[in-house]
Design a protein around this ligand. Sequence first.
Ligand code: PEP
Ligand code: MG
Length: 328
Amino acid sequence: LTRTVEGEVGKAACTLDKERIYIHLNAGLSADTSIAVNRGVDGVGLYRTEVPFLLQRSFPSEEEQTLQYRSILMTYRSKKVVMRTLDIGGDKPLPYLAIEEDNPFLGWRGIRFTLDHPEIFLIQVRAMLKASIGLENMDILLPMISGIGELDESRALIDRAYTEVAKYAQEQGETLKRPKIGIMVEVPSILYQLPALKGKVDFISVGSNDLTQYLLAVDRNNSRVANVYDALHPAVLNALKHIADTSRVLDMPVSVCGELAGDPVGALLLVGMGYRSLSMNTRNVARIKYILRHIAVSEMEQLTDSALQSTFADDVRKMATEFVDQRG
Ligand code: PEP
Ligand code: MG
């Protein structure tokens, strides 16, 4: 079986009824980007820029960041790379920046931190833009957006950085492509503001890890309540379905980059809901491709319909596991 699964690496994820599912990579360490399996992915769906920040002893300079981002953009130069701006705080404290809070997951995290520190945000966005000079493959993704004001503020800063870097590029005789801008849909409030995103974002990316944490009010890393943290909770599944349906109506490109996308049952349910773009860790790519290539979308839709009507996560899990077992 391992050999069969490994044989999937270079193949596209085409379902039994010939629907193409786009498989992207979640990355954050340069080591992730050099593994052979990555040749077969459609791009990087989530580049977690905080990972290099976490590994250093102090804030990386604009030049250091530019080199890091350039390296990943060059590795995937013919494919999209979605670069997320710094998502520190919560479970990702920087060793050189103490943030003392009673509720870090509800506190100074992601975009909240960087908008309060526009100098850090501007350095990072300028580094991203400089890294993309002469290339066409970079998108920018904003984490932890809870309302439209944060998006507007971020866009204004990105515009400012763009003007500066475009001038610099011009002086070098180069051109600077304007990046597409998207937000993570991971704070539940945004579920009720999706129409207000229209015209303000080019795409959205669903962070099922945080969406599960915030919908169920359960710390994603606290082992005491690990039994409550369940992305197959019917409320979470219905929220994900709502996002899929609404983005289709709004004609807004959407993908899922939380752990659920790299989980066999999760991937089947997400495709059944209508998602066609999934982003996952390297280790899950071959397995998910294998599964998707051996099942028809119509079957996944049936499974999803039953899952959405379930009352308990355990029923969903049982139903989906039986389905996978039956299909061998
Ligand atoms: C998520 O929340 O689902 C996500 C992909 O982001 P992170 O795990 O980095 O918070
Ligand atoms: Mg998140």
